[in-house]
Design a protein around this ligand. Structure first.
Ligand SMILES: O=c1[nH]c(=O)c2[nH]c(=O)[nH]c2[nH]1
Length: 300
């Protein structure tokens, strides 16, 4: 519907960053599930925008309540299944809802060790990656993208960087042995929504990180391509991998003024600026699905 010459374009709305902690206490050994969930509905919401008629608007407060209710009723389990269940509920329940974007960050917890034993009901946040997923439902079915951010990894050798062009602004020296460090943000698109996500997620994650460790790197670009390639070669159910990796520079400290040698031992870990290396890796001939990636935060 038009208001004068102005028309409504694409729109979506929902509740962002619903903090959900689910404790399962069937036995004395409790389990905890901790997620930040975002729901955004798409469909026929034109009247609300153009005339203020809220008849089609599933309140964001209702969406938030549904997240909590579903966690109680159905449990959480894999975030992918949780979001598929949640998203399908809104589509089935409300005729005006045709699809949406549903995203979750998963915050992992370890048990606190007491006298060397894992405690029954005390946890500490895992210092590793934050698992993430985005599920998209629409006319062409369900698309599931999984990934993680904040996996900080470092190797003290096995990394070179040389052979780059030199102009009058180039001061960086060539190196055959440097520290390589990054905080990996990885996304991968599953071929279908029919995946055992809980089994597959750690396999993909471990492949990415073990490849970082094993590749003799000639550039961070080289490393991240190899990381993506390792996943695509091992995992038929993954269609595409995208990686965003800051090059967390470790500069060798000049110790000469102090009469000391620095044999790749003492580094200045700079926080900014940093190189930001990003790449998508896919199999030749695979059809791209750009609209899925358009809703994934982080990088193009
Ligand atoms: O792995 C690297 N890739 C670059 O593109 C680059 N540029 C730079 O200054 N250092 C590095 N390291």
């Amino acid at each position: 519907m038009a208001v004068g010459d102005v028309v409504l374009g694409t729109n979506q709305y929902g509740k962002a960053e619903v903090r959900l902690v689910r404790v399962t206490r069937d036995t004395a050994v409790h389990e905890i599930e901790d997620l930040t969930v975002t729901t955004q509905l798409r469909g026929d919401f034109t009247a609300c925008h153009t005339t203020g008629d809220n008849a089609h608007v599933v309140a964001t407060d209702t969406q938030k309540n549904t997240v909590y209710a579903f966690a109680k009723e159905h449990g959480v389990g894999s975030p992918e299944q949780f979001l598929l269940r949640l998203g399908r509920h809104f589509v089935q329940e409300f005729a005006q809802v045709t699809g949406g974007r549903f995203a979750a960050d998963v915050h992992a917890w370890d048990r606190i060790a007491v006298d060397g034993e894992p405690h029954d009901h005390a946890f500490v946040r895992t210092g590793r990656e934050t698992r993430r997923t985005v599920v998209q439902l629409g006319g062409d079915g369900a698309h599931v993208v999984s990934g993680f951010t904040g996996a900080t990894v470092l190797k003290t050798t096995g990394s070179e960087f040389w052979g780059f062009p030199r102009d009058r602004y180039t001061t960086l020296g060539e190196t055959k042995d440097r520290v390589l460090a990054t905080s990996v943000t990885a996304w991968w698109r599953w071929r279908t929504a029919d995946v055992d996500f809980e089994t597959r997620y750690p396999i993909v994650r471990d492949l990415l990180l073990s490849t970082f460790a094993q590749v003799h790197s000639l550039a961070l670009q080289h490393t991240i391509f190899e990381m993506g390639r390792a996943v695509l070669e091992a995992c038929d159910d993954v269609a595409e991998v995208r990686l965003s990796c800051p090059n967390k520079h470790h500069f060798l400290v000049d110790l000469e003024p102090f009469g000391l040698e620095n044999d790749n031992e003492v580094f200045y870990a700079a926080d900014r600026p940093y190189g930001l290396i990003e790449a998508a890796v896919h199999r030749e001939g695979d059809a791209p699905v750009p609209h899925v990636w358009a809703c994934v935060p982080g990088f193009v």
